[in-house]
Design a protein around this ligand. Structure first.
Ligand SMILES: Nc1ncnc2c1ncn2[C@@H]1O[C@H](COP(=O)(O)OP(=O)(O)O)[C@@H](O)[C@H]1O
Ligand SMILES: [Mg+2]
Length: 248
């Protein structure tokens, strides 16, 4: 069975300890979220898990057959148009250009892009459209594991929900597992089977929340209800320093 296993992972930048003794397992078909405040070490953890950063201490074992990434800023190639940006991963794997473009078109439409956008370059796309392209590019290769680093953070609430719905649908259909990094608890509640709470300085996991209701049955009421419950949790209050926001 494919899985991603993290054991006793500790990381320093210079003399600063960024992550301390992180342990978790992401199983096939699961959506696991790491939630914590900005600067808490989330991106560092994701980079260690995905091999973008070398492990110093502890272990990361990844037995997923393939993986891909979607980032907060999209990171499209400015000299390639929408379809060519989406097709990159397929072409890198040696697929024929015509087949790669056909698959790219199909997934672009699924993510709400229109035919008239296909030839456009990133400079002519809105932030939301770039993010649609970024998701299409990450999913067109049908990765068994998808790494997401706050891909919804810059989007307005309507678009956020739309892209989350596409993501849930496609990942369920293709049995894609997801390691999802975010500072947004509500978005984690909508998407995750399990949430790990990462407290900062140094980043360490203080709590785990699990959700059994299938993602496609979670409506706004469910998300609000769970958020209200979780926002009263003392570890959440400490991790996000919510008590300092109280009116004196
Ligand atoms: N390459 C690096 N060199 C030195 N410090 C870094 C580097 N990358 C991140 N940091 C520091 O590590 C801490 C955690 O950063 P990061 O993992 O990006 O947090 P998050 O994604 O939760 O906002 C921050 O204090 C950041 O300044
Ligand atoms: Mg980050």
């Amino acid at each position: 069975m494919e899985k991603l296993e993290v054991k006793h992972l500790t990381h320093h930048f210079g003399f600063t300890e960024i992550l301390r003794d992180i342990n978790f397992t992401l199983h096939k078909g699961e959506i696991l979220s790491i939630v914590g405040p900005s600067g808490g070490g989330k991106t560092t953890l994701l980079h260690l898990c995905s091999g973008l950063l070398d492990v110093q201490e502890g272990e990361v074992t990844n037995s997923f057959k393939s993986s891909s990434f979607a980032f907060q800023e999209g990171r499209l190639l400015p000299w390639k148009n929408v379809l060519d940006n989406i097709a990159i991963g397929l072409l890198a794997r040696g697929e024929k250009k015509t087949a790669a473009i056909e698959k790219s078109k199909a997934i672009a439409l699924k993510f709400g892009l229109e035919e008239e956008d296909f030839e456009k370059f990133p400079k002519d796309l809105s932030g939301g459209m770039k993010q649609r392209v970024s998701f299409a590019r990450a999913l067109v290769v049908k990765p068994s594991l998808l790494f997401l680093d706050e891909p919804f953070s810059a989007l307005d609430i309507g678009l956020k929900k739309e892209l989350q719905t596409h993501l849930i649908e496609i990942s369920q259909k293709e049995n894609i597992s997801i390691l999802f990094i975010t500072h947004d608890m509500m978005e984690a509640i909508r998407l995750s089977d399990e949430i790990l709470l990462l407290k900062a300085d140094p980043g360490h996991i203080v709590k785990k929340f699990s959700f059994d209701l299938p993602q496609n049955e979670r409506d706004d009421a469910f998300v609000y209800e769970q958020s209200v419950k979780i926002l009263q949790d003392k570890d959440i209050i400490e991790t996000f320093e919510l008590n300092s926001l109280e009116l004196k």
